[in-house]
Design a protein around this ligand. Structure first.
Ligand code: GAL
Length: 411
């Protein structure tokens, strides 16, 4: 009798409380980028109170530093239990092809995620018959941020095309604004290049580029480099020393008029700087990209050989849950990857992004891992650096084409 009762009691324990042990998660969401992840960790701890969570971070925007550390850990056989990687080619073209990740199709099935996430997003994280990570959000890369009060005082409006942007830039310079556009370190310049390229080539050509149907040496792409050079002429000269947050600060202070950045900037403006959408900061699709949503998604995967596999699976369960996504995203500036999120928890900016996500043409971001493997992206940084120094459009286009061939783009 006693034994039966004990068994019954043991069975009654919810699975959430049964987990014990450790969990190491790895990301680049440190400092200003931390609050959204911390909300998710808090939720995990509520569900699995006996697990000690090591929230390991390596700071540096877009994961430039974290990805290098991750590489040494993966290759050294000490992977974190779960790590941040962009949905799409960044993970698939690097760690999936190297056979270092576990297939999460079973988890997707048991959690009902095949239905909870948009089909196209599931396609982006799938290859070789497997599903390789759990997306926690959808970020938009093609956003132009500005300070509404400052634009008004300068008497300029938000440019809708890159040629219009360049004439606005001339106007602002004439009014004494030294750097109408603010950019930061190398990856933020690549980010700007991406918006200029899509805004000049159009969404379809952008897709063709990554499908190998349009060459970088095509005059249209060479032309996109030339436009990018002119846009860079509107920017601050100390770019290489600025983080993306420091670049955003110059919008708040009114030192510069425009910044092109992903909508983690909305998270920074609202969560860190406590600014209100529309008054504290304004936004528009980057020039030439109205009705195009350049997407990327942060996701977490399960590396083979994770020390705390069961805890990592539970982490992924929290991350993919509606509660998890609605705890994380309102602080992050992104929208939920799930289709059933509660929009009343989100601010005006995010609601506008959610509406655009539904109605716009969706294409993938290069800089944030959706369309090209890491081998292309990391080397493309050098192409941009050299271009910014030389302004040689044909040379940059030829170098990018070589990288594309080497990375097997379109194959
Ligand atoms: C992106 C990432 C975002 C944000 C940003 C700045 O690559 O997807 O979530 O962290 O970098 O670091």
């Amino acid at each position: 009798m006693k034994k039966a009762l004990l068994i019954a009691a043991a069975l009654a324990v919810p699975t959430s409380a049964a987990a014990a042990g450790k969990l190491e998660i790895f990301s680049w969401w440190a400092g200003d980028e931390g609050p959204a992840l911390e909300a998710l960790v808090k939720l995990y701890k509520q569900r699995y109170p006996s697990v000690a969570v090591d929230n390991a971070t390596v700071s540096g925007g877009a994961g430039t530093n974290a990805k290098a550390v991750l590489k040494t850990r993966m290759l050294g056989g000490t992977p974190p239990d779960s790590f941040q990687a962009h949905a799409g080619q960044e993970l698939i073209g690097t760690w999936v092809v190297a056979n270092r990740m576990e297939d999460l199709s079973g988890l997707f099935r048991s959690e009902g995620w095949d239905k909870a996430f948009p089909k196209d997003l599931v396609r982006l994280i799938s290859s070789k018959g497997g599903i390789w990570s759990v997306p926690v959000n959808v970020h938009r890369s093609n956003v132009m941020w500005y300070n509404p009060a400052r634009l008004k005082s300068w008497g300029v409006t938000v440019p809708k095309t890159w040629p219009e942007f360049l004439s606005t830039c001339t106007k602002l310079k004439a009014k004494g604004v030294a750097a109408p556009l603010v950019v930061g370190e190398n990856w933020t310049q690549q980010h700007l290049w991406e918006s200029v390229a899509i805004g000049t080539l159009g969404a379809q050509n952008w897709e063709n580029l990554w499908a190998g149907k349009l060459k970088f040496t095509d005059p249209r792409v060479v032309g996109a480099f030339t436009t990018f050079g002119k846009v860079m002429d509107c920017a601050n000269k100390d770019a290489s020393g600025l983080s993306w947050q420091q670049a955003s600060d110059r919008i708040i202070s009114g030192q510069s008029a425009f910044n092109i950045m992903g909508d983690w900037a909305a998270g920074y403006f609202t969560t860190t700087k406590k600014l209100a959408p529309n008054t504290g900061f304004g936004w528009a699709p980057s020039p030439g990209t109205t009705k195009t949503f350049v997407m990327l998604a942060d996701s977490f995967g399960l590396p083979k050989g994770a020390k705390n596999r069961a805890e990592a699976l539970n982490w992924l369960r929290v991350l993919g849950s509606k509660a998890g996504q609605d705890a994380f995203n309102p602080l992050k500036g992104s929208i939920a990857a799930r289709t059933d999120s509660d929009l009343s928890k989100y601010n005006t900016y995010s609601r506008s992004a959610a509406a655009d996500w539904k109605s716009n043409k969706i294409v993938g971001s290069l800089v944030h891992g959706a369309v090209a493997p890491e081998s292309f992206m990391s080397a493309f940084g050098t192409v941009i650096d050299q271009f910014v120094a030389s302004r040689n459009s044909a040379g940059a286009a030829a170098a990018a084409q070589q990288l594309a061939v080497r990375a097997g783009i379109g194959k």
